[in-house]
Write a new protein. Structure first.
Length: 546
């Protein structure tokens, strides 16, 4: 089915993917983005592209598309011609040299096609001219069948766009040097400018690496070492590579590595680590006692085999994911008993403090409030402080955690920390932190295909709008969050979505509406979704103006 094909009806079971597409388009004013759809034939990739095209046109975008065709894969620039054919009338706005480059590529002149970089520059400038009139969406279907000259032209164009977006003040010499050394690698194009701008005038030899690039190099080294290792050592090295790859935010590569590990018949500890990485990678709320007990048993087996760090990491993950759904009493009892078996919460191991706070927030609140920590521990203590209702302390911990993760280039953990930071800052009316935290969380979560954290960022927007008295904006953001959170059972996100509604209704004097939204936090005859959130401070628009 082509992108331009007719829409046979509603697309079912793809709410999360559709929400991601809408978020990507809605965030275009803050910067461009890209999304790749992978999957087996027939699962609906073409339909999703059609949905994206429809959304874009509704929002006033110019939509360009190309479809790879296996029988045309040998025809030079066939895909590029499809893409820019609707723009031929705009080539008159290009410099003569660039018009000539495009004409030669499409066989419209007597000259042979120039080097690919010149064609890429011409295409980039042409697309840039079009984008000055309206936002631009470029779609490529069956990209694996696009001819190689087209992909070679589009890759440099993408590289130039990415570099210019990440570093706008580079001198021409450094810009050319970075394009050469990055060789189209997206991570290098965003990271090398950080070090290059510290070294003017540019020196000979390779540019220095950031910590993220060093991690990327380490991933490559570990994968290569695994290839050369005997089978009994291969899984361990691949799993180390998978952990680093997750922290770099390269989700698809993590999945590929885990599949490779599965083929190696890993030992019990390696299998436990693979399970932990898979759970970290997929944000799945956890309220079922059977599944919680199974994961905790796996964690304890790793501990008995001598991997205490893995045991604590898995236990923390189970406890934090259970908090997302307000687990059933049996599941909560499993968590509390497992937390008690870990040891003394007053020990030096702060992960135990965080786990016990999630499992028993009323009983363990003092341990979180009185703890002393370092910057790395803030990643565990910040969410734990949220769980026990200590918003002011949580805001401090989360700020330290976010700054540490940014410095270390650990993008995989950032969406969660940013949404929690934004939520705490919003409830403390700290707009300077809340607004950019929510925006960054949404952008990263969209890039990493983590719809749960996109929804969480929407709850931050709803809270901000509610405190400001914008009832319509609070409702829209809350509804966006619920469209993702309700089907997955993420009760904590649904609960946070109510805060914006409550605050907006109270600020407008609509007390029955505020009560109706608040009742969703603690339905009659059931335990509260968020027992520690009942005393959330309320500010109306009138208070804000005062």
């Amino acid at each position: 089915m082509s992108i331009a094909g007719s829409n046979p009806g509603p697309l079912l079971g793809r709410d999360a993917e559709i929400e991601l597409l809408a978020s990507l388009l809605d965030g275009v004013q803050g910067g461009g983005g890209a999304l790749v759809l992978y999957g087996e034939p027939g699962i609906g990739k073409s339909r999703l592209l059609a949905v994206a095209a429809g959304f874009a046109r509704e929002r006033g975008f110019t939509v360009l598309s190309a479809t790879g065709v296996q029988s045309e894969a040998h025809l030079p620039f066939a895909g590029l011609h499809q893409l820019v054919r609707p723009l031929r009338f705009r080539t008159a706005d290009l410099p003569a040299a660039q018009r000539a480059a495009l004409d030669a590529a499409f066989g419209l002149g007597q000259e042979p096609a120039p080097e690919r970089f010149r064609i890429a520059m011409a295409v980039l400038d042409l697309l840039g001219e079009v984008a000055t009139d309206a936002p631009l969406l470029v779609l490529a279907e069956d990209a694996q069948w696009l001819d190689r000259p087209t992909t070679e032209v589009l890759a440099p164009a993408e590289a130039i766009t990415l570099l210019d977006a990440s570093a706008q003040q580079l001198s021409p010499a450094i810009r050319d040097r970075l394009l050469s050394e990055a060789a189209g690698n997206p991570l290098a194009l965003t990271e090398l400018p950080i070090t290059a701008t510290r070294r003017e005038p540019i020196a000979s030899g390779s540019l220095p690496l950031t910590q993220r690039l060093e991690q990327a190099v380490a991933v490559t080294a570990l994968q290569r070492a695994a290839e050369l290792s005997p089978p009994r050592q291969r899984a361990r090295r691949l799993l180390a590579a998978a952990e680093l790859t997750f922290e770099l935010g390269q989700r698809d590569q993590v999945i590929s590595i885990l599949r490779e590990v599965e083929q190696l018949d890993p030992d019990p500890v390696e299998r436990a680590r693979a399970t932990w990485i898979d759970e970290v990678l997929h944000t799945r709320p956890l309220g079922d006692a059977t599944r919680a007990a199974s994961l905790i048993a796996t964690a304890e087996q790793a501990g008995q085999a001598g991997d205490r760090d893995l045991q604590l990491d898995m236990a923390w993950l189970v406890a934090s994911r259970a908090w997302l759904v307000d687990p059933a009493p049996t599941a909560r009892r499993v968590l509390i008993e497992a937390a008690d078996r870990l040891g003394d919460p007053e020990s030096a191991e702060l992960r135990i403090v965080a786990i016990q706070a999630y499992a028993d927030p009323f009983g363990k609140a003092p341990a979180v409030l009185d703890v002393h920590h370092d910057a790395d521990a803030a990643r565990f203590l910040g969410p734990a402080a949220v769980a026990v209702g200590a918003f002011d302390i949580a805001a401090t911990f989360l700020g330290e955690a976010v700054e540490g993760l940014r410095t270390q280039g650990r993008l995989g953990h950032l969406p969660r920390m940013l949404t929690l930071q934004g939520s705490m800052a919003a409830q403390l009316a700290d707009w300077g932190v809340a607004i950019p935290a929510a925006e960054e969380a949404r952008r990263l979560a969209t890039e990493l295909r983590e719809p749960q954290w996109v929804a969480a960022a929407d709850t931050v927007d709803s809270i901000i709008a509610g405190i400001r008295g914008d009832q319509d904006a609070a409702e829209r953001a809350a509804a966006r969050a619920e469209r993702i959170a309700v089907p997955t059972g993420a009760s904590i996100t649904v609960a946070f979505a109510q805060f914006g509604r409550i605050l907006a209704a109270l600020g407008a004097g609509r007390h029955p509406a505020a009560y109706e939204a608040a009742a969703r936090l603690s339905p009659a005859g059931s335990s509260a979704i968020l027992p520690k959130q009942r005393c959330t401070p309320v500010r109306s628009a009138k208070h804000e103006r005062a």
